[in-house]
Design a protein around this ligand. Structure first.
Ligand SMILES: NC(=O)c1ccc[n+]([C@@H]2O[C@H](COP(=O)([O-])OP(=O)(O)OC[C@H]3O[C@@H](n4cnc5c(N)ncnc54)[C@H](OP(=O)(O)O)[C@@H]3O)[C@@H](O)[C@H]2O)c1
Length: 267
């Protein structure tokens, strides 16, 4: 078919697709003809998103509501995908949350939950769909990390560390997939308009006072284009890219003090 879109005949599974960056990433894939599997906890928002994207872009869209942060969430999701007879060509690991504050400023479950969702579920889903991608020699994994991935984050320590894991894991798999036809990209957004800030409580930090917030669709489009080109790491925005480049070159203690400063409450 001469006018077939790049994603025609393929399915993208997008986690955290009930809103924010995930919903806009789903839209980018749908525009290019990918069928969708959307997942998050909010069943109504997901169903509405699936209905709208299917109607607007002429693709099929399935919603599966579940808590990916719960133990075995990834396996349950993969089982539900298989029950529906669907194949996942592209996995978009986007679901995630942060918590701003000193280590013990929240309960332990909130801190460990970040690792469960941002890291464990991401590895679980990648593991479960990876061999199929390699066998088909196409598709791949788009992981959503953060500019937090490039340095430790005093006063948001677990979140920054969880996103450093995502970057490291993604880059390693990018290399493992070299020459296979399977793409791996790590999308590293800076501050982005979504519900993230509300849940993370980052609105009161100095960073929130000085940062430029990008629209989530701009972030999603950059991520989608990067993935299509198998770009290893995609940092959104020139300023964020410069900071990501500079951070590892700075004296470590100076960097730690700077991050602590911007993560401190604004006075
Ligand atoms: N916004 C930013 O400034 C920013 C910057 C850098 C990186 N990021 C990263 O970008 C990704 C998307 O965040 P966002 O900004 O779009 O935030 P968001 O608006 O809060 O969206 C988060 C998504 O994840 C889903 N989710 C949360 N907990 C879940 C769970 N336990 N199980 C399944 N789904 C869950 C949410 O849906 P439900 O609540 O319905 O489950 C929602 O769809 C995250 O990985 C975040 O760390 C965001």
């Amino acid at each position: 078919m001469a006018d077939a879109k790049p994603g025609t005949g393929q399915t993208a599974l997008v986690t955290g697709a009930s809103g924010g960056i995930g919903l806009d990433l789903a839209e980018c894939f749908a525009r290019d003809g990918y069928d969708l599997v959307l997942t998050a906890r909010s069943g109504d928002a997901l169903a509405q998103a699936a209905e709208r994207l299917a109607r607007q872009h002429g693709v099929s869209a399935t919603s599966i509501a579940l808590d990916l942060g719960a133990s075995g969430g990834g396996k349950r999701l993969a089982a539900q995908v298989a029950e529906r007879g669907l194949t996942v060509d592209v996995l978009v690991n986007n679901a995630g949350y942060g918590h701003a504050g000193a280590l013990t400023s929240s309960d332990l479950d909130t801190q460990l939950g970040m690792i469960d969702l941002n890291d464990r579920a991401l590895v679980e889903l990648t593991y479960l769909f990876w061999d199929g991608m390699l066998a088909r020699k196409r598709g791949g994994v788009l992981n959503v990390a953060s500019t937090a991935s490039f340095q430790p984050g005093p006063l948001m320590a677990v979140y920054y560390a969880s996103k450093a894991f995502v970057l490291s894991f993604s880059e390693a798999l990018w290399e493992e997939a070299r020459g296979t036809g399977v793409h791996v990209s790590c999308l590293c957004p800076g501050p982005t308009a979504s519900k993230f800030r509300e849940r993370a409580g980052t609105g009161k930090t100095r960073l929130a006072q000085v940062s430029t917030v990008m629209p989530s669709m701009d972030v999603a489009e950059q991520g989608y284009r990067g993935f299509a080109g198998n770009k290893r790491v995609v940092v959104t925005g020139a300023r964020n890219a410069a900071i990501a480049w500079l951070a590892p070159l700075m004296p470590r203690e100076m960097l730690l003090r700077m991050v602590r400063n911007i993560q401190s409450p604004a006075t």
